[in-house]
Write a protein that binds this ligand. Structure first.
Ligand code: NAD
Length: 346
């Protein structure tokens, strides 16, 4: 299996293959870069089609965490881990304890946390074997409201940049996915006077937002065709793609979902179309910023976490300005900014 020759290999500092026969654990931990601090990034449980796919994913995701943490100006490097298996059948106390032991052996170069198919309860089991975990129950709490706040402020920053003011009263926003983050985002938008058009595969989630925030429910696929000012992807990745771009009428794309661009080239296509894109890993960093504050020696401080999340507004403003000046898409500028911060320090 190729590791050093993988397209996603980016001089990762360490890639560790972990196993435990008794529990069936097969996992990979990738520490991408620890220049700014210990690598931090969640653990994903996924039934990969092959070991190669798992390596590809962990290399890609860990690099993404280095960039995300740097642009959020956190003293964290980037890392990620994947456990290979079917989430419906593989989970057990023994599995997560075995994984916790592997984390402990890394001696703090990598801290894990929840991600797809891993709950805070699972992380608590890892914690029985190691202190190198974050986002624990009873510490910084639910990250979603902080992610929602950052996303709301990101929409304001985008509006300010594009239209010279940030009064959202009367603007139309299409929100795709109405989960933990998007519910609070809709609340902020509604309070700011925005008109909401919403969709979700879960009918109950739609009804709640319709009732609570006077939103208009639209179809799952209809969300791309609406005559709105902002499109906020808050569910899936890769929704900005060859099929959807010609349909999107919004002039701003700003939401909390990860990996919104199907491919990097789509960032350039939407820039040329005059759409301002708030790079996903910049606008959705509120949750990880909040988690950082649980690591403070003086203890978790919600006010300090909130203030730091509010900085997402300024970071995005800087990215939007540079994108305009350099005539390069915003997601490329975000990567450049991350590289500069990693090079020069926080
Ligand atoms: P969630 O699981 O609570 O919400 C996702 C929602 O999307 C669900 O209500 C689901 O029914 C809906 N959905 C799924 N497929 C859909 C489809 N095809 N069309 C419309 N809706 C669909 O997740 P969340 O925590 O709110 O996170 C939302 C997104 O933001 C995810 O991409 C997540 O990775 C990202 N994110 C979340 C956080 C956080 O703090 N929770 C931080 C950073 C990034």
């Amino acid at each position: 299996m190729a590791v050093f020759n993988q397209v996603e290999f980016d001089n990762h500092e360490q890639v560790v293959f972990c196993s435990d026969e008794a529990s069936g654990l097969k996992a990979i931990i990738a520490v991408h870069n620890t220049k700014l601090g210990p690598a931090v990034g969640g653990c994903r449980l996924w039934n990969y089609a092959s070991d190669e796919d798992a390596v590809y994913d962990v290399l890609r995701l860990s690099k993404g965490m280095t960039y995300k943490n740097a642009v959020a100006r956190l003293p964290f490097g980037g890392g990620k881990s994947v456990i290979i298996g079917d989430a419906k059948t593989i989970k057990s106390e023994a599995l997560f304890r075995a994984f916790g032991k592997h984390l402990d052996r890394l001696g703090g170069s990598y801290y894990s946390a929840e991600d797809v198919n891993i709950t805070t309860g699972d992380v608590m089991v890892m914690h029985k074997e190691t202190n190198y975990v974050m986002g624990l129950e009873g510490k910084s709490g639910n990250p979603s409201p902080f992610t929602a706040l950052g996303t709301f402020l990101g929409i304001k920053a985008a509006y300010q940049h594009k239209y010279g003011h940030q009064d959202l009263a009367g603007i139309k926003v299409a929100v795709q996915g109405l989960g933990a983050v998007a519910y609070t985002l809709c609340k902020h938008l509604h309070e700011a006077g925005a008109e909401l058009f919403v969709t979700d595969i879960n009918e109950e989630s739609v009804q709640r937002v319709v009732n609570d925030f006077n939103a208009t429910a639209v179809g799952i696929d209809e969300i791309y065709d609406l005559d709105v000012d902002v499109y906020a992807p808050c569910a899936l990745g890769a929704t900005v793609n060859d099929d959807t771009i010609p349909r999107i009428k919004a002039t701003i794309i700003a939401g909390c979902a990860n990996n919104q661009l199907a491919e990097s080239r789509h960032g350039e296509i939407i820039r040329e179309k005059g759409i301002l894109y708030a790079p996903d890993y910049v606008i959705n960093a509120g949750g990880i910023i909040n988690v950082y504050y649980e690591t403070k020696p003086e203890g978790y401080d919600e006010a300090a976490a909130t203030k730091h999340v509010e900085g997402i507004y300024d970071t995005l403003t800087e990215i939007f300005k540079r994108s305009e000046d350099e005539k390069v898409s915003t997601h490329i500028i975000a990567d450049k900014l991350a590289q500069e911060i990693i090079e020069n320090g926080l």
